[in-house]
Design a protein around this ligand. Structure first.
Ligand code: AMP
Length: 249
């Protein structure tokens, strides 16, 4: 079985995202970019499935500019066998990524597609779900535990207030949550080895996918600055403040 794992180049999680001065989006100029952290967890899970002898090959896929090759090399240094870059300098929204992944699924015929639950730059949380709909495959989102049971996967999902266990038939889409695993550190010799691994490049047009944006970003702005709290002496003062200052009761 082959695993396809989607890795997005996103703002590094240590960098505080800031809107551009004209509010037209998030500032990306001179900002450190890395693999989306949830995608590292997806790559790690793919490797663990391969190490357990269940998968034969891991193919990492990234959609975006030329620099996404670095993201793919990182995935390959972690353990992915080869990479596919679908190269474009245009903005690519989740539906377009899902359509591109669908086109690659038709070429590669994987049994499992692993994605992050969300990209930390746009926080869309859409790509895996859209891909499942386009392929008409089962999906297990927010996975925090994955176990194989014959032709099915048993997946624990993070839900509000606890976890939910589901089983999903293969082929399937899994989007991974934070607690699924801890990604391994990349070792220097593996970085060198990754440079020699196969990396194929396609354009969206070669895959016959129209990536025209469907959503328009109207404005990106900083959240309102939080004002400091106050300590109240007793319940009466609290009620008074809520009623007369905050006017919420
Ligand atoms: P999103 O729906 O944008 O929050 O992204 C969810 C997941 O879809 C990410 O964690 C990635 O696994 C995958 N994904 C989204 N955009 C891309 C991209 N441009 N290239 C590769 N994978 C992507």
């Amino acid at each position: 079985m082959k695993i396809l794992v989607a890795v997005k180049r996103a703002i590094d999680y240590n960098v505080k995202a800031r809107p551009k001065s004209d509010g037209s989006g998030v500032e990306l100029a001179n900002v450190k970019m890395s693999m989306n952290p949830f995608d590292e967890i997806a790559v790690e899970e793919a490797i663990r499935i391969q190490e357990a002898g269940i998968a034969a090959e891991i193919v990492a896929v990234s959609v975006g500019p030329k620099q996404c090759q670095e993201t793919l090399r990182t995935a390959m240094a972690m353990g992915a066998d080869r990479g596919i870059l679908v190269e474009t300098d245009e903005e690519v929204q989740p539906l377009a990524v899902a359509k591109i992944l669908k086109a690659l699924v038709e070429k590669e015929a994987p049994g499992i597609i692993l994605l992050g639950k969300q990209a930390i730059d746009d926080d869309s949380n859409q790509t895996g779900q859209m891909l499942a709909a386009l392929l008409k495959w089962g999906q297990a989102t927010f996975a925090c535990g994955v176990e194989f049971a014959g032709e099915e996967l048993k997946v624990n999902r993070e839900v509000d207030g606890g976890t939910q266990s589901i089983s999903v038939k293969l082929p399937a889409i899994i989007t991974v949550d934070l607690r699924l695993n801890e990604p391994r550190y990349v070792k220097l010799p593996n970085i060198m080895k990754a440079k020699k691994k196969q990396l194929d490049i396609f354009s969206p047009a070669e895959l016959e996918v129209d990536i025209t944006p469907r959503l328009k970003l109207i404005k990106a702005e900083e959240p309102p600055v939080r004002v400091g709290g106050v300590t109240v002496a007793d319940v009466d003062e609290l009620v008074d403040k809520l009623r007369n200052e905050a006017k919420v009761i």
